[in-house]
Design a protein around this ligand. Sequence first.
Ligand SMILES: C[S@@+](CC[C@H](N)C(=O)[O-])C[C@H]1O[C@@H](n2cnc3c(N)ncnc32)[C@H](O)[C@@H]1O
Length: 187
Amino acid sequence: MKVPESGMPEETYWESLFDLPLILDRLKIDCTIEHVAELGCGYGTFTLPVARRIRGTAFTFDIDRAMIARTIARAADAGVSNINAAQRDVLAAGFGLEPESCDAVLLFNILHFPQPEDLVRQAATLLRPGGRVLAIHWRADPATPRGPPLHLRPTPADAEIWAKAAGLTAAATVDLPPWHFGVALSK
Ligand SMILES: C[S@@+](CC[C@H](N)C(=O)[O-])C[C@H]1O[C@@H](n2cnc3c(N)ncnc32)[C@H](O)[C@@H]1O
């Protein structure tokens, strides 16, 4: 099932809405990380810069073939060779990766469907000890130029619910200006 309200606007516009280095810095995405799994690569907005920082492979999935094709093409153009992108309905079929094979699972701009605890639990099974589920989403308090309807958006308080459901520990919420917040849930 495609997550409702998860369609994308035009690529350049979408990518003008994020301070990518700030987001990756504040979420501590760096060369201490080996493998990463990502649900919903979209245009590869985060996939490429994440892949450049880590020392292993970025396994990324999207239900939309066009998004996978775009991400693969961008990676090839940029000479980024550590991205493994595959079309997959992750909500229906899971990630298809080995348990405890990743240091981070990225759930970016995707957790706006009812009761995402099952998905967070699945993500947690992929984590090695010390690994982290990293989620970012549109803030609900300022007026934002995009994002799903306010009543669908998760809030920072939901991180505690996700963490508890998955047996993870939530760190303090991270501010990701101008429009996002982030949470890290550790195993
Ligand atoms: C709002 S976009 C965010 C893309 C990317 N994470 C980002 O922040 O730039 C959500 C993406 O998730 C994909 N998606 C939605 N439901 C999915 C599912 N069930 N399995 C895999 N991908 C899905 C959509 O096709 C879309 O590309």
